[in-house]
Design a binder for this molecule. Structure first.
Ligand SMILES: Cc1cc2nc3c(=O)[nH]c(=O)nc-3n(C[C@H](O)[C@H](O)[C@H](O)COP(=O)(O)OP(=O)(O)OC[C@H]3O[C@@H](n4cnc5c(N)ncnc54)[C@H](O)[C@@H]3O)c2cc1C
Length: 394
């Protein structure tokens, strides 16, 4: 339990996505009062799947939420990559007992609303956490031993510190780092979730399957104890719309996937409505804290999703931040610097490697042949060695 200098003011958390909720819960477990300010009219997540590497279970375990998250999820027996033009298996990485023996934690896939709901319940059940919706943070200033946050409504709220968990388009980041808008990658993701009964029986697979095509890839896996099925189709395009979750045109999708394997096309045909994401990231930075204000998750280090780690990194950030704050409860500026130091190289590596993985997934011609040569003959141990820098942390 953290020790205080007598200041009962809460730590303010701007944004109640996965990062903001884990941060609030981890800080409250260390004894800090926390006030979450969420701009939306309710706390909710978009309807899509999310992969959870063993590294996130290591931190969820520390804050007592691992079993709850696993309970709603699906644990795939393997990750598989196939060539979307020939159907040839490129690599298969077992995620069963030998994976757990190696990393000490499982690999799982879950619905974003399920993990978000678990975090929401945990926060609601903690007396030190206050949760408020329709609170859009518009600005902040440091004042004395605290921070004053200004809401869009004009209202001012005082706290002992501020954590910007306000996502990819973070306004708090603009005040601290000031590096403008995120970088548009030129890649677009279409996402949809089906009920199990809607998936043709011969196409349903328990694994995470990735169909790698020229400048495209298509991923599918079960969610919610196998009751749902998640589909993500990614392709290169110069279209740009700020924000997430717009409806995606089917024609655009077909232009990019025509000619691919029937397994891919038959699955894509099942989808009535796609939601579209324009994928963005940023160059890694070394510093994202200033005095009593820091950033976390996508606000601090937005990344492409090719390593399936954005939410995992946000949860790792949250638990490390809470540990550093607990170690220096009366000097939060120093705690925030220690947190940033502990995190920037790891998250920067994921930001950069996610781009590399994207190139690998979307390889064409000779690059696709080289991908096959590089991956096809690996043993599971060699595959685990290649990703141990990520799954072995934080
Ligand atoms: C296609 C795709 C697939 C992905 N797959 C995976 C995966 O498999 N595994 C994985 O780990 N990650 C994955 N990610 C990444 C993951 O979704 C994000 O990294 C993660 O959601 C970031 O969480 P966050 O809490 O930092 O930000 P967000 O989830 O964006 O939450 C930000 C919150 O802040 C609120 N907010 C914004 N501005 C303000 C303001 N001014 N005041 C108050 N509130 C505000 C928002 O309403 C929102 O609730 C994927 C991303 C995409 C696009």
């Amino acid at each position: 339990m953290a020790h205080y200098d007598g200041d009962a003011a809460p730590i303010l958390v701007a944004g109640g996505g996965i990062g903001g909720l884990v941060a609030a819960f981890a800080l409250a477990r260390q004894g800090f009062p926390v006030r979450i300010l969420e701009q939306a009219s309710e706390f909710r997540e978009v309807g899509a799947g999310i992969q959870l590497g063993p590294n996130v279970f290591r931190v969820l375990d520390k804050i007592g939420l691992k079993e709850a998250v696993l309970g709603d999820s699906h644990q795939p027996p393997a990750q598989e990559m196939r060539d979307a033009l020939t159907g040839k298996l490129i690599t298969r990485i077992p995620l069963g007992a030998e994976f757990v023996a190696r990393f000490g934690q499982p690999y799982a896939v879950t619905h974003r609303a399920d993990i978000h709901g678990i975090l929401l319940n945990a926060c609601q059940g903690n007396d030190l956490i206050t949760m408020e919706t329709n609170r859009r943070v518009d600005g902040f200033k440091e004042q004395g031993n605290g921070v004053v946050v200004r809401l869009e409504s004009g209202e001012e709220i005082k706290g002992r510190a501020l954590i910007g968990c306000d996502g990819m388009w973070s306004g708090i980041r603009e005040s601290i780092v000031g590096d403008g808008k995120p970088r548009v990658s030129g890649h677009i993701a279409y996402r949809a979730v089906l009920k199990r009964a809607e998936v043709p029986a011969d196409l349903w697979r328990p694994d995470v399957v990735l169909w790698a095509g020229p400048r495209t890839h298509f991923v599918h896996y079960p969610l919610r104890r196998g009751e749902l099925y998640n589909l993500v189709a990614v392709f290169h395009s110069d279209r740009y719309e700020e924000g997430w979750d717009a409806e995606g045109s089917k024609e655009l999708l077909w232009q990019h996937f025509k000619g691919q394997r029937p397994e891919v096309l038959r699955m894509l045909e099942r989808i009535e409505t796609w939601r579209m994401w324009v994928l963005c990231d940023r160059e890694p930075v070394k510093e994202w804290s200033k005095g009593r204000v820091t950033l976390l998750g996508d606000a601090a280090h937005p990344m492409l999703q090719y390593l399936a780690q954005g939410a995992c990194m946000a949860a790792e950030d949250a638990v490390v931040l809470a540990e550093k704050a607990a170690a220096a409860p009366n000097n939060l500026p120093a705690a925030f610097k220690a947190y940033e130091q502990a995190r920037y190289l790891r998250t920067g590596r994921v930001q950069i490697m996610a781009r590399v993985y994207g190139e690998f997934y979307h390889a064409r011609g000779v690059a696709a042949e080289l991908r096959y040569l590089a991956l096809a003959d690996r043993t599971p141990e060699q595959a685990y060695d290649g990703i141990a820098w990520l799954y072995g942390g934080p």
